[in-house]
Design a protein around this ligand. Structure first.
Ligand code: NDP
Ligand code: 7N6
Length: 302
């Protein structure tokens, strides 16, 4: 199988890391072959030349930046990398929640000024016994839920399918989003960006949240109405937010979101980990073998 590791992966990892990994698994991988001359291309972003490849694999779970319908029309098999982010994103979100509860962000801020000063007595809390609402209960949501559950939190969640999830006390469907978020100290967004989830967290959802609640967005920036979030933060109707996904990215320097002490902005790195290329590589190898045997690939989008 001839595999192209497309240049677009560079913002995530050195393409040669994946080339070497795929070669070690017996695939004929390279960074410099035209997509039309390949059996498969591994990419972080679309470019039109990819429409000439028989198979395109996204190194991400989200594929909102790819023209999936054009791939379908061109007869390109298109697969994604859902399934590999539960641990990394789960740990990142646990870190965000612990940071807010234990006030670590404020101490790090003060350290820049060499300032020894405690937060007010009533600012710190423990996660134990607090409630989290995880919106989206797939790989990310379950990874988050398992880790927050291990920290003693009560977990409720939202998914499309009206069926339970292990470790999640109550599962709501999207029409009951307001009810789901009402009692939560943390609302964690782990849904894909679709027509239905664009602007999902709007002024009304923010108003339905507790005043001492934190929003954690590890999904996509467009899932949140950012202007409404800024207004809610200014008015104090929510306590704060951890934002790994923003609209647009990078977040412009003049965005008010940079300036709130109770907002953590991270540069879309909740899933970053030093063996990411291997996790993607394992999916690519498995699918290359399946396609070789004329079996349908896993994680097929179209
Ligand atoms: P999955 O497909 O495994 O899970 C998606 C979940 O969202 C499912 O539980 C699904 O419901 C639910 N869902 C879909 N639409 C809605 C809706 N309208 N309302 C409520 N729930 C909904 O995806 P992943 O967990 O792998 O990834 C999710 C998204 O997270 C990606 O698409 C990507 O945008 C983002 N992501 C961000 C990362 C980062 O670095 N910050 C890393 C990886 C992913 P059901 O279970 O019923 O199907
Ligand atoms: C790069 C982030 C996804 O959708 O947004 C993430 O998988 C990927 C590691």
């Amino acid at each position: 199988m001839r595999i192209l590791v497309h240049d677009s992966v560079t913002p995530v990892f050195d393409p040669d890391l994946l080339v070497d990994y795929l070669r070690s698994e017996g695939l004929d991988a390279t960074t410099d072959r035209p997509p039309a001359a390949c059996d498969g291309c591994v990419a972080f972003d679309h470019d039109d030349a990819l429409l000439d490849a028989p198979w395109v694999h996204a190194i991400t779970a989200g594929y909102d930046n790819y023209p999936a319908e054009r791939y379908r029309e061109a007869g390109v098999a298109f697969t994604n990398s859902t399934g590999i982010h539960g641990t990394s994103v789960g740990e990142s979100v646990a870190g965000h929640c612990l940071t807010f509860a234990r006030r670590l962000h404020r101490y790090r801020d003060r350290q820049h000024d060499r300032r020894w000063e405690r937060d007010p007595y009533d600012a710190a809390f423990t996660l134990d016994g607090e409630r989290a609402c995880v919106v989206g209960l797939g790989t990310l949501g379950r990874g988050v839920a398992a880790r927050l559950d291990a920290l003693g939190m009560t977990i409720v969640g939202v998914r499309q399918t009206p069926a339970g999830v292990v470790g999640v006390e109550e599962v709501f469907t999207p029409d009951a989003l307001h009810e789901a978020v009402t009692d939560a100290r943390f609302v964690v967004l782990t849904v894909p960006l679709t027509e239905a989830t664009t602007g999902l967290v709007d002024a009304e959802v923010l108003a339905a949240m507790r005043e001492d609640a934190y929003l954690v967005n590890v999904a996509r920036g467009e899932v949140v109405d950012q202007d409404a979030l800024v207004a809610a933060l200014e008015e104090g109707t929510v306590a704060g937010a951890a934002l790994d996904a923003l609209d647009p990215e990078p977040l412009p320097e003049d965005s008010p979101l940079w300036g709130f002490p109770e907002v953590l902005v991270t540069p879309h790195c909740a899933a970053m980990t030093n063996d990411y290329h291997e996790a993607v590589g394992d999916l690519v190898v498995a699918n290359a073998r399946r396609l070789d045997r004329e079996e349908s690939p896993v994680n097929r989008v179209v």
